[in-house]
Design a protein. Structure first.
Length: 70
């Protein structure tokens, strides 16, 4: 692992932690699940572009789910 992958993983995990806490406190399943996934996947993905793309994709999925009323 290099420095950039650690930083991108830390940012993704931090955003995931925030979503997880929000979802748990507000009892919102989409935020809880996406937050949990965002906290865990940086441990298994070491590529910076893939990590960033997954983070953007998961946040986009969350936006789509919330805009549809979930």
């Amino acid at each position: 692992m290099d420095g950039s992958s650690l930083i991108v993983g830390l940012v993704a995990g931090s955003v995931g932690f925030g979503l997880f806490l929000y979802g748990r406190k507000q009892r919102r399943a989409p935020q809880l699940v996406v937050g949990l996934i965002m906290m865990l996947y940086p441990y298994f993905v070491s590529s910076v572009p893939v990590t960033a793309a997954l983070a953007v994709g998961l946040v986009g999925l969350l936006w789509f789910l919330v805009s549809r009323g979930m």
